[in-house]
Design a protein around this ligand. Structure first.
Ligand code: ATP
Length: 425
C-alpha cells in the first residue's frame, strides 16, 4: 500500500518513521516532508489548499491511505474532500475539527455534556467581556476563539491586563481567529496531555505525555511550539487516566456524535490536574508536536492497522502494545527562536549522534542540499531517547545532543525536570 503523509514537522517525521516500519506499507510520500523524512519517503510538492490536486496526486500514485499531521488542513476540510473522493484518510472532518478550531465550540460542548472544564463566557464584543472579567476578578484567562498557533491565550494576573487582552484580540492582533473570544477561570494544577484514537464511537487509548512550552530552562521565557516532551506523564496515575476517559473523553466522543459531528482521528486532550481531578483545558485534533515523537518511540505495535481502523470505524478490533520504557525528546532550535533566527546554517555529525539504538533524531525544520543538512525553521531537530527510567532517557538524549555539531542551535538543558525530580524522590 502507498501512503501519503501531510506535514513537515518533527511530528510527521515520527509518524513517517513509524509507518515506514509497517509491513503493510510499500511506499510513503510526504507533502512537503523535510530533510530527515527524505531518507524514508519521497517528498512531493503539493498545494494543500488545492484539494483537487491532492486527490489527483493520490489517484495517479496509487495512494490508498492519507495521514494528515497538522491542524490547518484538517480545519480547512482536507479529510472531507478525501472522503468524498473515497480515499481513506486519518483525521477529523472540518466540522469535527472545530474541537480545536473554535475554543467556544469546545466550551459549549463541555457545558452541554457535563465535561469538567474551567467556567467561561463567550464574547463577540468588548464591553460585556470586560464586565465579565471585572465581575470574576484576576487571575483570569482570555483566549482568541480560533487557531492562533498557541499565541492566542493570555493568562492575565490583573483585571487591567485582561481588559487589555480583550482590546488586543478585538483590535485584530490575531486576525480572524480573534473575531470572538473566550474568558475563563484560571485553573491551578499540573498540566498533562492524554491521547486517544477514536473512530467516532470506539476509543483506543494511546498514552500520556507532558511537554515544555517555554523557551528557557526552569520553564521561563517566551512561549514556543514546545521545547521538549516525555511520556508517560508521572502525574497521570492509572486512576486519573480512568477518570479522564470516563469524565472527559467518552462524553466528548458521544457528544460529538450526538451533535452530528462524529470525531475520527486522534483526540489530544490538554488537561489540568486540579485538586478536584482532571479538567479539560483544550482539545487538539491531531498529534502533539513534540509529544508524538515520544509516543511513537514507546509504541511497539505496527501503528498502521490502528490508523486505518480509526478511519474505517473498526477501532474496536484493534489493540496496541507499548514498551514499558519511558521516552524523552529534546528540541534543538535555531538561536533566536521563538523570535527571528538565521536560516540555512549547516548541521553536522547527525549520524554519529543518533547511532545508539535507543536514540532517534527526528527532523523538523531542515532540508537536505548537496548531501548537507541545513536548518530552515525555528524548531529544527528532536533528539528522542527511550530507556528504563526518565533519568536515563534524559541522559541518553543529552549525550546525543552534545554530539551534534551545530553552532547556531540551542536547546533547553532541563527537559523532564519534573519527572526526574519525582523519580529521584
Ligand atoms: P497551544 O497551541 O499552546 O496548546 P492554545 O492556543 O491551543 O495553545 P490553550 O492550550 O487553550 O491554547 O492554552 C495554552 C496554555 O495556557 C495551556 O497549555 C495552559 O498552560 C494555559 N492555560 C490555558 N487555559 C488555562 C486555564 N483556564 N487556567 C490555567 N492555565 C490555562
Amino acid at each position: 500500500m502507498n501512503v501519503l503523509i501531510i506535514g513537515s514537522g518533527g511530528r510527521e517525521h515520527a509518524l513517517t518513521w513509524k509507518i515506514a516500519q509497517s509491513p503493510l506499507v510499500d511506499k510513503i510520500f510526504t507533502a512537503p516532508g523535510n530533510g530527515g523524512m527524505d531518507d524514508i519517503s519521497e517528498p512531493v510538492k503539493l498545494d494543500l489548499s488545492d484539494h483537487g490536486a491532492v486527490i489527483t496526486f493520490c489517484d495517479e500514485n496509487d495512494v490508498e491511505f492519507v495521514v494528515v499531521g497538522p491542524e490547518a488542513p484538517l480545519v480547512e476540510g482536507l479529510v472531507d474532500s478525501l472522503q468524498i473522493a473515497e480515499i481513506p484518510a486519518f483525521g477529523p472532518t472540518a466540522d469535527a475539527a472545530q474541537l480545536e478550531g473554535s475554543k467556544g465550540f469546545t466550551k459549549d460542548l463541555c457545558a452541554k455534556y457535563d465535561i469538567p472544564t474551567a467556567a467561561y463566557g463567550r464574547f463577540t464584543e468588548a464591553e460585556p467581556a470586560k464586565a465579565f472579567i471585572a465581575d470574576k476578578g484576576a487571575p483570569i484567562v482570555v483566549k482568541a476563539d480560533g487557531l492562533a498557533a498557541g499565541k492566542g491565550v493570555i493568562i492575565a494576573t490583573t483585571v487591567d491586563e485582561a481588559h487589555q487582552a480583550v482590546d488586543d484580540i478585538f483590535g485584530g492582533q490575531f486576525g480572524d481567529a480573534g473575531a470572538e473570544l473566550v474568558v475563563e477561570e484560571f485553573l491551578e494544577g499540573e498540566e498533562a496531555s492524554f491521547f486517544v484514537l477514536t473512530d467516532g464511537e470506539n476509543i483506543l487509548p494511546l498514552a500520556t505525555a507532558q511537554d515544555h512550552k517555554r523557551v528557557g530552562d526552569g520553564d521561563t521565557g517566551l512561549n514556543t511550539g514546545g521545547m521538549g516532551a516525555y511520556s508517560p506523564a508521572p502525574v497521570m496515575t492509572g486512576e486519573l487516566v480512568e477518570r479522564t476517559i470516563n469524565e472527559i473523553i467518552l462524553p466528548t466522543v458521544r457528544g460529538m456524535k450526538e451533535e452530528g459531528y462524529p470525531f475520527t482521528g486522534v483526540l489530544y486532550a490538554g488537561l489540568m490536574i486540579t485538586a478536584k481531578g482532571p479538567e479539560l483545558i483544550e482539545y487538539n485534533v491531531r498529534f502533539g508536536d513534540p509529544e508524538c515523537q515520544v509516543l511513537m518511540m514507546r509504541l511497539k505495535s505496527d501503528i498502521v492497522p490502528a490508523l486505518m481502523a480509526t478511519a474505517s470505524g473498526t477501532l474496536d478490533k484493534e489493540s496496541l502494545d507499548w514498551h514499558d520504557d519511558m521516552a524523552l525528546t529534546v528540541v534543538m532550535a535555531a538561536k533566536g527562536y521563538p523570535g527571528s533566527y538565521e536560516k540555512n546554517t549547516e548541521i553536522r555529525n547527525l549520524k554519529a549522534a543518533g547511532a545508539d539504538d535507543d536514540v532517534v533524531i527526528f527532523h523538523a525544520g531542515t532540508k537536505k542540499e548537496d548531501g548537507k543538512i541545513l536548518a530552515t525553521g525555528g524548531r529544527v531537530l528532536n533528539i528522542t531517547a527511550r530507556a528504563g527510567s526518565i533519568t536515563e532517557a534524559k541522559d541518553k538524549a543529552y549525550a546525543a545532543v552534545d554530539k551534534i555539531d551545530w553552532d547556531n542551535g540551542f536547546c533547553r538543558r532541563d527537559i523532564g525536570w519534573r519527572a526526574v525530580e519525582r523519580e529521584q524522590g
